[in-house]
Design a protein. Structure first.
Length: 184
């Protein structure tokens, strides 16, 4: 799918490449201040957060390691099924480590509530949640959010790692996908 074809599928650009870069810088500064003198582990929740986490990691000024998890509650659809499954677990032990779970979007809260509970049982020194996008209108489970990029409306958003049917992740901005593309 060519880039101009993808751009035509976007109803509206919510956040430009420049806005995203500025906000990631601000979040990285906040994390660096909060964890001054400590080492952190960033845990990317695949796949949507990989671009956000890469940019964030490069801007954080304290020592950090990274790991990855894949968790699904969407299946092939556009909304959460509520049934959460870990499809790729962490590579190592997290006991005693300062974790920051990095996610692309906090939506219903089902997936992140489950994931944070699983990670908490593994006894990290601390655990915080960092999400690029927050969609509070869709929340059904309470989740404590520590670092957030932007609040978004209840619309289907893609770009900067977020996808529809594995497409649009490579858009350098975040936009609202036209409803006729996903049958909304």
């Amino acid at each position: 799918m060519k880039r101009d074809m993808m751009d035509k599928d976007i109803q509206e650009v919510l956040f430009s490449q420049e806005q995203l870069a500025r906000r990631v810088d601000e979040i990285a500064e906040e994390i660096s201040r909060d964890y001054a003198g400590k080492e952190i582990m960033l845990v990317s929740v695949l796949r949507g957060s990989f671009i956000f986490m890469a940019d964030l990691c490069r801007r954080i000024k304290v020592p950090c390691t990274v790991d990855f998890m894949a968790v699904s509650s969407y299946g092939a659809g556009t909304s959460s099924t509520g049934q959460v499954q870990i499809t790729k677990d962490l590579s190592g032990d997290i006991a005693g480590k300062h974790l920051i779970v990095v996610e692309d979007i906090l939506d219903s809260g089902n997936t992140l509530s489950y994931l944070l509970n699983v990670l908490e049982q593994r006894q990290p020194a601390s655990i915080r949640l960092c999400t690029l996008l927050n969609k509070p209108e869709r929340r059904v489970k309470p989740v404590k959010l520590h670092y957030s990029g932007f609040t978004v409306p209840d619309a289907f958003v893609v770009g900067y790692g977020l996808d529809y049917a594995e497409r649009y992740r490579n858009l350098p901005y975040i936009g609202v996908l036209k409803p006729e593309i996903y049958g909304g």
